[in-house]
Ligand binder design. Structure first.
Ligand code: GAR
Length: 205
């Protein structure tokens, strides 16, 4: 089984979905540890409750971004992940960091990339009047929310949606798609089969 480290900054619901999936006997990946850049991240207690090791690297405890990343890299050298899954990790990784795990860092973003990268994704989608929203799992490269797309799932935008209601609907799709993509990726299949990975839906006005 492939060794996976998950990076979080927040509630960790995607992390939980990955942990839950990894408990299946035939799942090709195991979660070795959860790393957080926030000491108060809600996901930390959830990881601990699941019996997963947690490691906390608060940015302000380090003199520079480089020093912060060095500390994380040193810990990773000990944990020896094959794959790193960013799951709500709200920090850009440097090119140097990414090069250390080239092609082995996955991220989930709550939009149909390349639309709406970065923050306030859902409000921007609502403001644009899109009828489909969704989420994307992609390989991490230096640009924010860039890198080759592995899979996307779409959900409808419904009349009366707020950023919160839309975020909640997208999140349920995230919880389905991320474990699927990790399963495929860890078993060496370059890309998930569309039939497995895609949830297509549309709303009319
Ligand atoms: C998720 O919606 C994830 O896609 C998003 O943060 C949320 C984390 O929720 N990530 C980004 O916006 C990264 N650009 P979670 O902590 O409950 O998994």
């Amino acid at each position: 089984r492939k060794r996976v480290v998950i990076f979080i900054s927040g509630g960790g619901s995607n992390m939980e979905a990955l942990i839950r999936a990894s408990r299946a006997e035939d799942y090709p990946a195991e979660i070795i540890a959860v790393y957080s850049d926030k000491a108060e991240a809600g996901g930390i207690a959830k990881a601990e409750a699941a019996g997963i090791a947690t490691r906390i690297f608060v940015r302000k405890d380090y003199a520079s971004k480089e020093a912060h990343e060095e500390a994380i890299l040193a810990s990773l050298a000990h944990d020896r992940p094959d794959i790193i899954c960013l799951a709500g990790y709200m920090r850009l990784l440097s090119g140097r960091f990414i090069a250390s795990y080239e092609g082995r860092i996955l991220n989930i973003h709550p939009s149909l990339l390349p639309l709406f990268p970065g923050l306030h994704t859902h409000q921007r989608a609502l403001d644009a009047g899109v009828k489909l929203a969704g989420c994307t799992v992609h390989l991490v490269t230096e640009g924010m929310d860039e890198g080759p797309i592995l899979a996307q799932a779409a959900v409808p935008v419904l009349k009366g949606d707020t950023a919160e209601t839309l975020a909640a609907r997208v999140l349920t799709a995230e919880h389905k798609i991320y474990p699927l993509v990790l399963r495929q990726f860890a078993s060496g299949k370059a890309e998930p089969q569309p039939a497995d990975a895609m949830i297509i839906s549309a709303s009319l006005f």
